[in-house]
Design a protein around this ligand. Structure first.
Ligand code: WTA
Length: 656
């Protein structure tokens, strides 16, 4: 290696010796377990599936087929279990008085709650009985639209207990988005709260739900958690006071015996086309995978206090606030607030207050807090921290170094975990005692995961150690999604059609000479805004639904804090004047159509959009202009009217 290449080679960071000595796996053990998991998945997962309590043990482990046209994914298919029993009841004997959930409210002066496994059992059973009293039974769908409060956990586990399928809608979504999800899954019940305090401000969840329910069947019941006590409207016969009913419900409720393949939940997520799709996760395989990744990736040990800062409205909250930790009998922290309230030291204040040992957050939060200076971190005693985690988007080296040095004081390994709503749990991630980190790399596959890099165009498998292309997975793992709710064809077309025989992740990646994977971002029309996944097509269809918009094209562009920002090119109807007032109106319009997270950061008035002669919008060009990289537009000779591009460059919004 010459001196220059050496200087450019990324540094690698191993965990401190005392960490490795206590870790579940070291380097040798990782290699051994990984090799075993690939050589004989049936034996490997047959053994590790036993980390769950089964009512009827499985005899068959893996039965999966990635062949386009007949995709089918089943794990532990003849086993039966109950997920809530695994997350709650089975811990009662050994850790009934241990804290299961620490609840830290938005208001820093309000008391935190410590909910033991025994108390959790009581609440989950009562909530399950309330659901039953509303006619919810096995297989029914229940939409949950709640703040980050313990009732969200009770509701999820209550559904699992009676075999109902939950579908959580992030509390930042609009009434329209909520109505779409209630209707698509034909939910019987929606569980909401009066309002959701975040950062000292409140979102009126109940009135959002009222607005959504105007577009839904009038048989949908509305269960309301009176959380803040705010006044709300009340529709007799439809609205139900959950807490009041829970107080009177029986504190015990039998757990349904579910098949391993029965759906545990549906979670809607954005894709490159059309409306968000309902990702369906299973009971047995999902839980085993969430629990196992939680234990190994975070090196969780008894007595640790685990904090994942995600919202339960996203998959990260499902797998690493609720299901993974609770299946492991862990103590998990649920935080209602935001990182910057009452000040930019809140995360660190909470870590200090509750002696958090593992802390898991998103690069966008790290960057935002880094921008506030080190003082907010240094004010707090963070000596309880042992490990730091990152998820949601590639973490840039600057943020990585700050996280490592200022937050972790150079003694906490960082796990950069790559995964997706579809994957149920981590697929590529360092195991902290085994795999030295390189800033910006998600490093190596978890047990049982076979990543491959394909040439994007030809789909050819790249077999050299160093590779760059699209990231696919060659075989199934237990946490994989099973189908798209109500549309198995869409499932196959989205993930298995383009690259035959593989699961296509939608991400690009590079593999280096050490076999480390570096995720380079989405190769489709999905963007990642502050760690929130957004389909550009969704924002476009919201924009064109406005009476004064003729056409819209939306792309991502690099944003210092958010990772990616939303850049919208908007063509107005003939004769409509482009004004600042209209720009504000369109921003507000998208907020109400989808939610605040979808609000465009930049709107450029586009008299025309670059199109091929067949009328296809050339997004590649729009992306380049949004990235302020218009020098490298590539071939524009196939455009119907190349002069359109000059105008767009001339009036570009991102001159950063
Ligand atoms: C991106 C979140 C780089 C990626 C769990 C993926 C990441 C999408 C990482 C899924 C990471 C997630 N490094 N990129 N560590 N983690 N991504 O479904 O583009 O909300 O496809 O799941 O986030 O987002 P989703």
């Amino acid at each position: 290696m010459n001196a220059q290449a050496q200087a450019a080679a990324p540094e690698s960071y191993a965990a401190p010796q005392e960490f490795i000595a206590k870790a579940h796996v070291d380097a040798a053990r990782y290699e051994e377990m990984y090799a075993a998991s690939i050589a004989d998945p049936d034996a490997f997962w047959g053994e590790h599936g036993l980390r769950l309590d089964w009512i009827k043990p499985y005899s068959r482990v893996k039965n999966t087929d990635f062949t386009f046209g007949q995709v089918s994914i089943k794990w532990f298919e003849d086993g039966t279990l109950n997920v809530a029993q695994n997350c709650v009841d089975r811990h009662l004997e050994t850790r009934g008085d241990q804290t299961a959930i620490i609840f830290e409210p938005d208001d820093p002066n309000a008391p935190a709650q410590h909910i033991t496994y025994r108390q959790l059992h009581d609440k989950v059973c009562r909530m399950a009985n309330v659901l039953r009293s509303q006619g919810v039974t096995r297989g029914d769908r229940v939409v949950i639209y709640l703040p980050m409060i313990p009732e969200a956990a009770y509701a999820m586990l209550a559904c699992a207990r009676i075999g109902a399928i939950h579908s959580i809608v992030f509390a930042g979504f609009s009434p329209d988005a909520l109505a779409n999800r209630i209707n698509d899954s034909a939910a019987k019940v929606v569980i909401t709260a009066d309002s959701a305090p975040r950062g000292g401000r409140k979102t009126a969840l109940k009135s959002n739900t009222d607005a959504a329910l105007l577009h839904c069947s009038d048989r949908v019941r509305c269960l309301v958690v009176k959380h803040t006590g705010d006044q709300t409207t009340w529709v007799d016969g439809r609205d139900v006071d959950v807490k009041a009913l829970m107080d009177h419900a029986a504190p015990d409720c039998p757990a349904e015996e579910m098949n391993a393949e029965d759906p545990l939940f549906v979670l809607y997520t954005s894709g490159s086309t059309g409306k968000p799709k309902g990702v369906v996760h299973s009971s047995g395989g999902y839980l085993a995978y969430a629990a196992m990744t939680h234990q190994y990736t975070f090196d969780y040990h008894d007595g640790d206090i685990f904090w994942c800062t995600a919202d339960v409205g996203w998959v990260t909250g499902h797998s690493y606030i609720i299901y993974g930790p609770l299946a492991n009998g862990a103590t998990t922290l649920m935080f209602e607030g935001v990182p910057t309230y009452p000040d930019a030291g809140r995360f660190w204040a909470v870590c200090e207050k509750h002696k958090v040992t593992q802390f898991y957050t998103a690069p966008t939060a790290i960057r935002a807090l880094m921008g506030q200076g080190n003082g907010f971190v240094e004010k707090h005693d963070l000596s309880s921290l042992r490990l730091l985690g990152s998820v949601g988007e590639p973490i840039n080296p600057e943020a990585w170094n700050w996280y490592n040095e200022v937050v972790g004081k150079g003694r906490c390994p960082i796990v950069d975990t790559w995964w997706q709503t579809e994957t149920g749990g981590h697929l590529i991630t360092p195991l902290p005692g085994a795999i030295p980190a390189k800033p910006g790399s998600a490093t190596k596959p978890f047990f049982g995961v076979k990543p491959v890099v394909l040439e994007a165009e030809s789909g050819k498998l790249i077999e050299t150690p160093e590779a760059e292309g699209v990231l696919c997975i060659a075989d199934s793992w237990p946490g994989q999604m099973r189908t798209v709710w109500g549309d198995h064809d869409r499932f196959q077309e989205t993930y298995f059609q383009q690259y035959k025989g593989y699961y296509f992740s939608g991400d690009g990646c590079r593999r280096d000479a050490d076999g480390y994977y570096w995720i380079t971002g989405r190769v489709d029309d999905v963007i990642n805004v502050s760690g929130h996944r957004m389909g550009t097509a969704e924002v476009e269809s919201a924009l064109v639904a406005h009476a004064q918009v003729a056409e819209a094209a939306v792309v991502g562009y690099p944003h210092d804090i958010k990772g990616q920002g939303i850049y919208a090119y908007v063509t107005l109807m003939n004769g409509v004047e482009p004004t600042d007032a209209l720009r504000k109106e369109l921003e507000a319009w998208v907020r109400t159509e989808i939610g605040p997270i979808a609000k465009p950061d930049l709107i450029q008035w586009a008299p025309g959009l670059p199109k091929t002669r067949s009328g296809k919008i050339m997004r590649r060009i729009l992306r380049k202009i949004a990235e302020n990289d218009y020098g490298a537009l590539g071939d524009i000779s196939t455009l119907a009217d190349p002069s359109v591009v000059e105008d767009l460059i001339e009036n570009r919004m991102n001159r950063g």
